[in-house]
Design a binder for this molecule. Structure first.
Ligand code: ADP
Ligand code: MG
Length: 253
């Protein structure tokens, strides 16, 4: 049997040519994600869980009418997706202050933002994925104004869906990052959610006690969800039965 063609190997996933034109197979590795929160090298069993978790979120989005690349799961580590032309922008949606917005702007960690804040980062790791504005995106032709309007609408729908699902299992979605791609249906282009939605792309806090402020009115210091892959899969009921370790995965390098 001919070996299938590898198209790209990134930090967290490998992309192979799919069985039909316009499809790809995403293989989820255990390797870490430099941009994960917090960054890490590799976590044993992570790929199996992220394959399930990304399926769970993308299939959920598909079912409420938010288009994503997800088609179906193939096995423990692989899923079939629609091939998309990725917009070279990482879209970040923030609900609570953390990371960059705390470090750069001094907004207290954990503070509820007055409205969801959508940010764009140029997808170029060598440049350190710099923050860019709509002006840069339009001037350099990465997307046009209509695309940006559609991307914001898409990102906010994903935000409401993910925030609600997480809240239902006692988790606060502080922020997350999204990749969007173009697909063509005849002459009609549309933007769909691509890449993955998993603890590697979401900042997740345990919701317990977060709604009651400190006695001096300051926001509670948020507690990151311990072992987010297993914990999230367990709470959402998508832990594969043949994954033996239900305890904390171990860092393997
Ligand atoms: P990276 O290290 O570049 O983040 P990953 O390990 O996350 O890479 O691999 C996923 C790669 O596949 C990313 O470059 C992402 O943009 C790309 N990708 C994700 N979904 C799709 C899709 N539906 N079509 C084409 N490319 C995709
Ligand atoms: Mg990635």
């Amino acid at each position: 049997m001919a070996r299938r063609k590898k198209i790209y190997e990134g930090t967290a996933k490998i992309l192979y040519e799919g069985p039909e034109p316009g499809t790809l197979i995403q293989y989820y590795k255990d390797d870490g994600n430099r941009t994960a929160i917090p960054p890490h090298a590799a976590v044993d069993g992570k790929g199996v869980l992220n394959n399930r978790l990304s399926e769970f979120f993308m299939a959920g989005l598909n079912s409420i009418g938010v288009p994503t690349h997800f088609m179906r799961r193939l096995n423990m580590r692989e899923q079939l997706v629609r091939m998309a032309e990725i917009v070279p922008i990482e879209v970040v949606v923030r609900n609570f202050a953390a990371g960059d917005i705390t470090n750069r702007l001094g907004i207290p960690l954990g503070m509820a933002l007055p409205r969801p804040i959508v940010e764009y980062y140029f997808k170029d790791e060598k440049l350190g994925s710099p923050l860019v504005s709509e002006e840069h995106i339009i001037a350099f032709g990465w997307a046009n104004q209509q695309d940006i309007d559609d991307i914001v609408a898409l990102a906010l729908r994903v935000n409401d869906f993910l925030s609600g699902v997480m809240m239902g299992v006692g988790i606060r979605l502080a922020d997350f990052r999204l990749e969007v791609g173009r697909v063509w249906e005849g002459d009609f282009m549309r933007l769909i959610v691509a890449d993955e939605i998993s603890p590697d792309s979401c900042r997740l806090w345990d919701n317990r006690g977060l709604d009651t402020p400190e006695p001096d009115g300051a926001p509670r210091v948020p507690v990151p969800l311990p072992d987010p892959y297993t914990e999230l899969a367990k709470r959402l009921g998508v832990l594969p039965s043949n994954v033996t370790h239900t305890t904390r995965p171990t860092l393997i390098n």
